[in-house]
Design a protein around this ligand. Structure first.
Ligand SMILES: Cc1ncc(COP(=O)(O)O)c(C=O)c1O
Length: 299
């Protein structure tokens, strides 16, 4: 079956979508995107993704003519028409130039949604943990641009490629102060024996949706945690570490280059959060289902 793509209000076959050579995400990396996971036909953190997207729209001074509800409809429509339940959805927003070399964009913002079956994630990543390679060549200078998900992903892409060359699963990036920031496509958490630690927004991280859900769960269940600058020393002394993103969710991190983190195994503090996260998705799913069937109105 051909893949159907949502493009500005219509579902089309993938090869029928013609993005202009004047598209500014192609010319300048001026565009925004969100990658989200659908589980059993449900996108559990849709509102959180939309809220990050709208912050990005503000910063890039882009306008979207349709409401959040219509974007939601576009996402579910793409999912359903591709007959997918467990999927990775990518939504991209971009504008076009009127002519090559223009600085002023044209009026319209393109909205594209692509749905793919959830990529196969090797079970060993969850059972034994993943490995990372520390990449210090592409240091992040923290600024407002770090906080939105633009289509300029060169830093992360080059770092990830370096990590792959070293046989690692993920790259770990540092900022201009030499502190740890995040992975190429993941946020970083440690457990130092007493509390969970994660780099604060000021360090130059992307405010990950999964990261924020976990912080909210820690607050709700009163788990000690702190957002602050994280040094390499913190990492190598940590009892446990894990990485988070919307597709892989929570992946234990047990090795960085040649150094084993903690006991080199998936620790109980990571497992505890994996369980809380799973329950949170289940809770959201049940609420979604009951709204869908109108059960909330039945006493
Ligand atoms: C640089 C970077 N940091 C963190 C994340 C994790 O963010 P989220 O949990 O919203 O997927 C991503 C996701 O792609 C990312 O690209």
């Amino acid at each position: 079956m051909a893949n159907l793509v949502y493009f500005n209000g219509l579902l089309r076959h993938e090869h029928e979508v013609n993005l202009s050579i004047l598209d500014r995400s192609y010319l300048y990396g001026e565009g925004l995107f969100e990658t989200m996971r659908a589980t059993q036909g449900f996108i559990p953190f849709l509102q959180e993704h939309l809220s990050r997207l709208f912050k990005g729209l503000d910063l890039l001074q882009m306008h979207l003519d349709i409401s959040g509800a219509k974007v939601e409809f576009a996402l579910y429509q793409t999912l359903h028409h591709n007959r997918l339940k467990n999927a990775a959805l990518r939504m991209t927003l971009s504008r076009e130039n009127v002519d090559v070399g223009d600085w002023e964009p044209g009026e319209n913002t393109n909205l594209i949604v692509v749905a793919r079956p959830l990529p196969r994630i090797p079970p060993r990543l969850y059972a034994q943990g993943c490995s990372a390679h520390l990449v210090e060549d592409y240091r992040i200078a923290p600024d407002r641009l770090c906080q939105v998900k633009t289509t300029n992903y060169l830093r992360q892409l080059l770092a990830w490629r370096k990590a792959k060359e070293k046989g690692a699963d993920e790259a770990l990036l540092t900022n201009t102060s030499g502190r740890l920031v995040e992975g190429a496509t993941t946020n970083l958490f440690l457990f130092d024996g007493e509390k969970y630690l994660t780099p604060s927004l000021e360090e130059g991280i992307l405010p990950g949706v999964t990261r924020q859900i976990l912080i909210d769960l820690m607050v709700k269940t009163r788990l000690p945690h702190e957002e602050r600058g994280i040094t390499l020393d913190d990492l190598f002394r940590a009892k446990e570490a894990f990485l988070t993103n919307s597709i892989k969710e929570i992946v234990p991190l047990t090795k960085v280059d040649n150094q084993i983190i903690g006991g080199g195994e998936v620790g109980p503090k990571t497992q505890h959060l994996m369980q809380l996260f799973k329950e949170d998705i289940q809770y959201r799913f049940e609420r979604f289902e009951s709204r869908r069937w109108g059960v909330e109105n039945v006493v």
